[in-house]
Design a protein around this ligand. Structure first.
Ligand code: ADP
Ligand code: MG
Length: 261
């Protein structure tokens, strides 16, 4: 078997806030393979976003190590880091915070293509149009400003921008949590289709077990900075071993539908 795309070992990160010491990551290890979706669930405050931020190097861990595409990810710097960043993209819950609101939809995607020299300049506009179509947005959105489109449209633009650079891994932190159910369903289908086409891996972070269940091959359950349970989605959900997962399952209305193969 080939080496996983991402291997994280014993990540630790704490915060001091209001005189309290919080171990947001208390020794977290995980792997993600190409073409695989690892769902990460847990109640609010258990450390999911800290883990997402440590993996994308927005937050520095106190200890632990990360291997990404065979490289010592935490040791990379300079030009090699900039080049490697292309391959790990992140989509947040609130894409407005991640964009310049005055930028246009087309501008946001074109910038990503230009920065990473994904396609020759002469074909960039055509690639922007293709990506906008790929995420199910109307072509005339290209000239609209980020500020003037809906939350669901903005989240599609965020996904188009992430996908534009043809990354190996996309980390989605509550990326569909703010969307209404029908828009959410379409975005989840899109993510699954893109994975089948490109073999991209996903870390899919959500407090919502129903959403995680719909997309994940494997599921990891976090509680107070630790992964307390992990395994193939069907097995973990059929026989939850941790109190947290039992409670999360109890909170979800019975759902039909099964994770994709
Ligand atoms: N920048 C920060 N400063 C202080 N405390 C933080 C910071 N980021 C996260 N925390 C704390 O770390 C814990 C985990 O937070 P977070 O990773 O956001 O959890 P989740 O995404 O699961 O809701 C919480 O107690 C939170 O208050
Ligand atoms: Mg969070």
């Amino acid at each position: 078997m080939s080496e996983p795309l991402l291997i994280a070992r014993d990540l630790r990160r704490s915060f001091a806030s209001g005189g309290r010491h919080v171990a947001a990551l208390d020794g977290v290890s995980l792997t993600i393979a190409s073409g695989e979706t690892l769902g990460l669930v847990g109640v609010s405050g258990c450390g999911k976003s800290t883990l997402a931020r440590v993996l994308t190097r927005l937050v520095t861990p106190e200890s632990g190590d990360i291997t990404f595409m065979g490289n010592d990810w935490l040791a990379l710097g300079g030009g090699r880091l900039r080049a490697a960043r292309r391959h790990m993209q992140m989509v947040f819950q609130d894409p407005l915070a991640a964009f310049n609101p005055r930028a246009t939809v087309g501008g946001v995607i074109a910038d990503a293509l230009r920065i990473h020299a994904v396609v020759p300049g002469a074909t960039r506009a055509a690639e922007v149009a293709r990506l906008i179509d790929r995420v199910g947005l109307p072509s005339d959105l290209v000239r609209r400003s980020i500020r003037d489109i809906s939350g669901g449209q903005r989240q599609r633009v965020a996904i188009a921008r992430a996908v534009a650079v043809r990354p190996r891994l996309i980390i989605l932190d509550e990326a569909v949590s703010a969307l209404d159910v029908s828009v959410r369903g379409r975005i989840l289908e899109l993510l699954i289709d893109l994975q089948r086409e490109t073999g991209v891996g996903y870390l899919f972070v959500s407090h919502d077990l129903a959403v995680v269940r719909a997309v994940s091959h494997r599921i990891a359950v976090m509680d107070a900075g630790r992964i307390v349970e992990e395994g193939l989605a069907a097995g973990v959900l059929a026989a939850p071993a941790s109190d947290v997962l039992v409670r999360l399952i109890g909170a979800v209305p019975r759902l039909k539908g099964k994770p994709h193969a």
